[in-house]
Design a protein around this ligand. Structure first.
Ligand SMILES: Cc1cc2nc3c(=O)[nH]c(=O)nc-3n(C[C@H](O)[C@H](O)[C@H](O)COP(=O)(O)O)c2cc1C
Length: 480
């Protein structure tokens, strides 16, 4: 029979299930079983009358937010069990769901009531629990999670694990799991140093069981000190999070990347301006991808309707001249990517007051050329970023125009895209690009790499991957 993973459900469904199960004092799994049974018997509770109070709704996930994860936390019968209550809180504040199992001895130190109040889940204590074993509950606890944490891991629990015992719920779960196991041992220093515990610890390490601590310090018993104190809750939560969400590779760590995005607005008078249809989506996506690759990112953006990407320094500007000013003050940079659609011209005679209709006819709008940001930065004698990438938005002769732009502007690569109305690129979510690059050794040699149609996020990821593959390691380390 197919098994259902609760945490893979929509947030709204999960919230409903959590609230309904809390109201009925059942675990979420039991609540799902009840709902299914009632549905089959044709007497299901209506879903509508029970709506979540606004503050109970989980915060919406922002783009790039950490994925949810779940832990089965086994609490052993040691004096440090009280610290596990804080551990539950620490895990939950990291968006890690926690289902707790208490050994019989653990119930002498903390109550199932306080553990379930903190975890917002039913607490499991019995191997032979008909309610939970309705669908092999101990197997679900062992497998329907991403990690098993044992805190405190008592000498007794570790001895059972090392020898493959399975005579209670905790040890059965530990034997039946294929998930990683993280132990946080806690015991008296004499117990920790006992030859039997040493043998068990060595065996568990050979078996691939992970451990954090124990730390050294004072024991609960008056006057006793040594190695055996359980690691602090925050240390265990950090270790669990690292196992659940291993840090991503950061190939651009230590590199400073300057990116421009969006259109510019060139004022005609205080209320009117010349603009273009650029949405800024491509530049913002590149900023997010470079940041995710570990770079320090400065994004200079024209007026756009987008949220600032997390972890990126964003400078908001209006006009081409303001954009150039911000770009220059952001130098030096290792890589500069000019994805903004900068207006080529601005109005020379910008009105100080709103222009009025007069009988003299339409006001003459005189245009003057704007500074060319790409060419200016590409031709800098001093402070030229080692890699300068421009964008060429063309409506015809795409490759030829982009090649001549590469030569004219003096940049290293051009990302050329067709922005004719039929392409839907301007303001849209997809892009078809051609990467035109000069050979680093022989500038006369030009390569054209045509990419398939992709989302703007995919183009950004590809471009960053291309930078990492081709040049990131050739950019000199900043002088320290
Ligand atoms: C007050 C008290 C404190 C205890 N503290 C610990 C401890 O910190 N670590 C440990 O390994 N055993 C400790 N024990 C012994 C365990 O409770 C005992 O070995 C128990 O069987 C362990 O059960 P478990 O396997 O469910 O963890 C303590 C016992 C008592 C009475």
């Amino acid at each position: 029979m197919a098994s259902l993973t609760i945490r893979k459900l929509d947030d709204a469904v999960k919230t409903y299930l959590r609230l309904r199960s809390a109201k009925n004092r059942r675990s979420v799994e039991e609540e799902v079983r009840v709902i299914l049974r009632e549905l089959i018997e044709g007497r299901e509770e209506p879903l509508t009358p029970f709506s979540a109070p606004p503050e109970a709704a989980p915060a919406p996930l922002r783009t790039g937010a950490v994925p949810e994860a779940s832990v089965t936390l086994i609490i052993g019968g040691g004096i440090a069990a009280f610290k596990s209550l804080d551990l539950i809180r620490r895990l939950k504040e990291r968006r890690i769901e926690v289902r707790c199992v208490l050994t019989k001895a653990a119930e002498q130190f903390v109550t199932p009531l306080s553990v379930s109040a903190l975890s917002h889940e039913r607490v499991y204590t019995d191997l032979f629990d008909p309610q939970s074993e309705f669908d092999a509950g101990h197997i679900r606890l062992a497998r329907d999670c991403d990690l098993i944490v044992v805190a405190p891991a008592t000498a007794d629990l570790m001895a059972k694990m090392a020898n493959g015992h399975a005579d209670d719920l905790a040890s059965a779960i530990l034997l039946a799991t294929s998930r990683k196991i993280l132990l946080a041992p806690a015991m008296n220093p004499l117990m920790w140093n006992n030859a039997a515990t040493r043998r068990n610890v060595a065996q568990l390490q050979r078996d691939g069981i992970l451990m954090i601590g124990p730390n050294s310090g004072e024991m609960a018993e008056a006057g006793e000190a040594g190695i055996g104190r359980m690691s602090e809750a925050i240390e265990i939560a950090n270790a669990a999070e690292k196992l659940l969400r291993p840090p991503l590779p950061r190939p651009l760590a230590g590199k400073r990347v300057l990116i421009t995005a969006g259109p510019t607005h060139e004022p005609i008078d205080p209320v009117r301006y010349i603009a273009n249809r650029s949405s800024g989506k491509q530049g913002f996506a590149i900023a997010a991808a470079a940041q995710a690759a570990g770079a320090e990112v400065i994004l200079v953006s024209g007026p756009v309707d987008l949220d600032d990407p997390a972890g990126v320094t964003v400078k908001h500007v209006e006009s081409a001249r303001q954009m150039l000013e911000q770009v220059q003050s952001a130098l030096p940079a290792d890589i500069a990517i000019f994805a903004a659609a900068v207006a080529d011209w601005r109005v020379a005679n910008e009105g100080e007051q709103k222009l009025k209709k007069t009988s003299a006819g339409m006001p003459p709008l005189q245009l003057v050329e704007n500074p060319d940001i790409l060419a200016t930065i590409s031709k800098l004698a001093d402070k030229r970023p080692p890699l300068v990438i421009g964008f060429a938005a063309e409506t015809e002769h795409l490759i030829d125009n982009a090649k001549s732009k590469l030569a004219r502007k003096g940049c290293d690569w051009i990302v050329a895209n067709d922005v004719s109305p039929a392409s839907g690129v301007m303001g849209g979510d997809r892009n078809t690009v051609h990467l035109i690059s000069k050979n680093a050794e022989n500038n006369a040699e030009i390569t054209v790499d045509s990419w398939p149609v992709m989302t703007k996020e995919q183009v950004a990821i590809e471009l960053v991957a291309h930078i990492v593959k081709n040049v990131a390691d050739k950019i000199p380390e900043p002088a320290s």
